[in-house]
Design a binder for this molecule. Structure first.
Ligand code: NAG
Ligand code: NAG
Ligand code: NAG
Ligand code: NAG
Ligand code: NAG
Ligand code: NAG
Ligand code: NAG
Ligand code: NAG
Ligand code: NAG
Length: 830
């Protein structure tokens, strides 16, 4: 889980002084080979499975950052293995019994083979008798990428050499280098673009085609902005991507992680900074909005149909599932069709397109117009005003619109669907209209926008009143397989399974008292076991929970679309005989509080686990706030609502109080303050104002609780007036923050990491809403080695006395129990 490479490696580094290996020389597991200028080293490292791997990493960077592995799927079992030059002039790895476990290639024949690690991180095999031909390598590690792209390293197809190079993630990034589930591979068909796939099949993300400046779907890719230069070759010799650095001292790398993330890091101020990552938001996931659908992260819901199109499946569309896409309002009438001009687009999938790079846009248009199967066209290269022609002859799939970046796309529409909104008109018509008219349109347009905005705002403020009653979700959802929903084009397997009443009666032994895990205002929670053996948790809502069947169904269908491995997974529901029930996966380790605050169990949570839990909660919360199709505010984050699976992975549960926000809505107010004191932000507890920043506050409290192993409420220090936050704050100022760490953790932690987490915790609990970071900054800070962070200002509620004494129904129960699922919270009477 941890992004960085905390390897259990130990090196008695006795580097060979030279950067080469020749003849009968060997490299043993306790030796390394440095590159000429000491930028990289070649050596053996141990994975978490204790096996030995030959790898290359940066010489002077901690934590050890491995960029290449030779024998990822053929590890050496013990330290007696070694590397040597083989008889063919290749090089091999031998295991302790002297058998070859891995070899570089069996085709190279060199008289005087020489193995050298270059300063680029490229391990090359040369024939030293051919001194003239310096760059003609017999073998080079750059031809066999693992999960990392370094400057100068090519990814893609070399047709001349008959070679294809792609990335394959580690099984567990930073721990187990064997081949993982994710690959990033360039597809040369049509207009080339790269695909991130899981299990060699399911497409997770598409970079979009190369548009001369970068991949059109990665807007962060801008030439030369950060000392980077991007290059793309596309000709009969090959289709290859590579990047170079313009400042030699700059270290940058791209990695495909075992979580399926494609990330760029830059080494700045002694730490790896994550520059961008993909997929970054909902619209990056492949095909979210189906054929002809356009994904817009700034819209809510994110899926929209282009002008002239309507949702194919209106019902699913209303439930925020756009994967069926859109259909034309009016059939095409070939010779009379017109083209709709869209700007800032991520071009649709280009595997099956017609391409001519020497055509102009006008030629492209007339070709498309003549060919009745042409559905859209665009430039292939956006530099210098645009050139080249790409023409789609099939449906348009996986489009997004960006607020900046992307490129122009012209989509074929029936003339009648082009309508009167001139801004959408065919680009040539617009040009012809002339300045006067454009200006007029512009003024009218702006007036219209202002009017609409105002209208919307009015509606929104009115809408709020309803929302506070209606859109309280009863529960949550999840999936450990984060991408499983959004990537499927067909909706069948998205349907929420309906359990029948009898099945649940059987599973829970007729809701027996023995199986009861807990109860609250909404009903009771039972543990159960299905006939197939699967363990479940059933939440039986009491009859007067105040929601109609249809509303309940819609709500559940909607929230089941939230999929993240750090959210508890909803397996299905049951609506029968006035009963409404929700069925969840059962979490064997129950609530975090039941371990964290239990003297006999808390030692299970050694530091790395605690960090993983903090990071997991942060990721889950980021998803709720930003990455899902809606913005969701949880409003009741606390340790008892963090459930742990059998591997101690955290999952956020209990969305009983969560609220859905419009993406652009940032704050709301409620008269009914629900939640748990001790975790509530001051502005919420006092004034009922809540926003994503109130969740951030609760997150901060949890972080400090996880580090210290103490509850914010119920904390007694030598200074009786201070609660946990106040106490941490005091120690932070006195420079003794490390003394706060839970004593049962012992010594096995990284000081810098603990201090970083305390720092982040304090930033999150700052009194002023605007000072608190967003979850995306938090995730970035957690995943960076030494992020630059502002000094925290004083936290909210530092004195015990200022805690409001008002009773919240959940606050008492919080102290006493937590169950697999849910602390169910009663609302104050309306
Ligand atoms: C490396 O290991 C070999 C045996 O495998 C041993 O003979 C040698 O002394 C070790 N070198 C160092 C520097 O520890
Ligand atoms: C190594 O460093 C020296 C001096 O800093 C420089 O002149 C040389 O070009 C570098 N060599 C490589 C391969 O980077
Ligand atoms: C490695 O394994 C071989 C054979 O199993 C054994 O003889 C040797 O002692 C082992 N070496 C170490 C360092 O464990
Ligand atoms: C070394 O490799 C050979 C061939 O792969 C294998 O049969 C043997 O068991 C390995 N030796 C050890 C000690 O694992
Ligand atoms: C391993 O090497 C030994 C001698 O080094 C040889 O006798 C044996 O056949 C080899 N085993 C394999 C599986 O290659
Ligand atoms: C060379 O390796 C390939 C597979 O990488 C194998 O099919 C072939 O038999 C090997 N040839 C020799 C001579 O070992
Ligand atoms: C993907 O394909 C490669 C080569 O075809 C294969 O070695 C690898 O095991 C496959 N990975 C998965 C997860 O199926
Ligand atoms: C591409 O378009 C140019 C200009 O219209 C034309 O001369 C050329 O033949 C076309 N090439 C192909 C392969 O169609
Ligand atoms: C339209 O273009 C496609 C792609 O180039 C081509 O396969 C098809 O034959 C063309 N159809 C017509 C009617 O020209």
């Amino acid at each position: 889980m941890t992004i960085f490479f905390i390897l259990t490696t130990f090196f008695i580094a006795s580097s060979t002084s030279s950067d080469t290996l020749t003849g009968t020389q060997t490299l043993r597991t306790n030796q390394t080979l440095s590159s000429q200028n000491q930028t990289f080293v070649l050596g053996f490292f141990r994975g978490s499975n204790t096996n030995y791997y030959l790898g290359i990493w940066y010489n002077n960077i901690t934590p050890q950052t491995i960029v290449w592995v030779a024998n990822r799927d053929n590890p050496i079992d013990n330290s007696s293995g070694y590397l040597k030059i083989g008889d063919h002039g290749n090089f091999l790895l031998l295991n302790s019994s002297g058998n070859t476990t891995w070899f570089s290639s069996n085709q190279t024949i060199a008289k005087n083979p020489l193995l050298q690690l270059l300063d680029t991180g490229n391990l090359v095999l040369k024939d030293s008798s051919h001194t003239t031909n310096n760059n003609n390598y017999l073998w080079q590690s750059f031809d066999y990428p693992t999960d990392t792209v370094l400057p100068g390293m090519e990814i893609g197809w070399n047709f001349d050499a008959g070679m294809e190079k792609h990335l394959t993630s580690w099984k567990i990034t930073g721990e187990d280098p064997s081949s993982g589930d994710y690959t990033m591979k360039l597809d040369y068909h049509g207009l080339p673009e790269a695909f991130l796939r899981r299990d060699n099949q399911t497409i997770i993300f598409r970079t979009g085609p190369w548009n001369g400046e970068g991949f059109s779907g990665i807007t962060a890719m801008k030439d030369n902005t950060d000392g980077l230069k991007f290059n793309f070759k596309d000709d009969e010799h090959g289709v290859l991507y590579y990047f170079t650095v313009t400042k030699p001292s700059l270290l940058s790398r791209i990695i495909l992680t075992s979580d399926g993330e494609f990330e760029r890091y830059m080494w700045l101020q002694a730490s790896w900074n994550k520059f961008w990552y993909q997929p970054g938001d909902q619209c990056d996931y492949y095909g979210v909005c189906g054929p002809y659908g356009v994904c817009d992260n700034n819209a809510s819901p994110v899926c929209t149909c282009m002008q002239g199109f309507s949702p194919k499946n209106q019902e699913a569309w209303n439930l925020r599932d756009g994967s069926d896409g859109c259909v034309r309002n009016t059939g095409l009438d070939c010779p009379n069709d017109k083209f709709l001009h869209r700007e800032n687009m991520k071009l649709p999938e280009t595997t099956n397109v017609f391409v001519n790079k020497s055509m102009t846009l006008d030629e492209c248009e007339s070709l498309c117009k003549r060919n009745c199967s042409c559905t859209a066209y665009a430039n292939t290269d956006i530099r210098n005003g645009g050139s080249g022609c790409v023409m789609w002859v099939d449906q348009l799939f996986d489009m997004s619109v960006f607020s900046s970046g992307g490129q122009d796309l012209y989509v074929r529409l029936a003339a009648s669907d082009i309508g009167s909104t001139s801004s959408y008109n065919n680009h040539r018509v617009v040009q012809a209209i002339g300045i006067t008219l454009s200006a007029l349109v512009l003024i009218l347009g702006m007036a219209a926008i202002c009017y609409i905005r105002k209208k919307r705002q009015q509606q929104r403020s009115r809408g709020l009143v309803h929302r506070s009653h209606d859109s309280l979700m009863h529960e949550v959802v999840v999936s450990s397989r984060r991408h499983s929903v959004v990537n499927r084009r067909n909706m069948d397997d998205l349907e929420l399974p309906m359990f029948d009443f009898d099945t649940l009666i059987m599973a829970t032994d007729n809701f027996s008292q023995d199986n009861k895990l807990g109860e609250g205002g909404f009903g009771s929670v039972y543990r159960g076991r299905l006939a197939e053996g699967q363990e479940i948790a059933v939440k039986r809502l009491s009859e007067d929970s105040g929601q109609g069947i249809e509303e309940f169904k819609n709500e559940v269908k909607l929230i089941v679309k939230l999929q993240h491995r750090n959210l508890v997974r909803l397996l299905g529901c049951c609506i029968e005989k006035n009963e409404k029930m929700l069925v969840y996966e059962y979490m064997s380790n129950r609530g975090l509080d039941s371990i964290l605050f239990d003297k006999s169990k808390k030692s299970l949570l050694y530091w790395e686990r605690r960090f993983t839990i903090i990071y997991g909660i942060a990721r889950g919360l980021l998803y709720l706030h930003q990455d899902s199709r809606f913005r969701i505010i949880h409003r009741d984050l606390k340790t008892s609502n963090i459930l742990l699976d059998n591997e101690m992975n955290p999952k956020i549960s209990d969305f009983g109080m969560a609220r859905i926000f419009d993406k652009d809505q940032t704050q709301a107010q409620t008269l009914r303050i629900v939640g748990t004191y001790g975790y509530m932000s001051p502005e919420y507890a006092m004034d009922g104002n809540f926003s994503i920043k109130s969740d951030v506050f609760s997150f901060g409290v949890m972080v400090l609780e996880i580090i210290t192993g103490k509850k914010n409420r119920g904390f007694y220090s030598d200074n009786e007036d201070l609660n946990l936050l106040g106490n941490v704050w005091r120690h932070w100022h006195e420079g003794t923050a490390l003394s706060l760490i839970d004593s049962c953790i012992g010594d096995s932690y990284t000081e810098a990491e603990v201090v970083k987490c305390i720092h982040i915790g304090l930033l999150c609990v700052q009194e002023r809403v605007e000072d608190r970071p967003t979850m995306s900054s938090v995730v970035l800070m957690l995943s960076s080695e030494a992020p630059s962070m502002p000094n925290p200002k004083n936290p909210g509620f530092i004195a015990r006395k200022t805690l409001p004494e008002t009773d919240s129904s959940s606050s008492k129960r919080d102290e006493t129990w937590s169950v697999n699922q849910v602390t169910i919270t009663m609302f104050d009477a309306r």
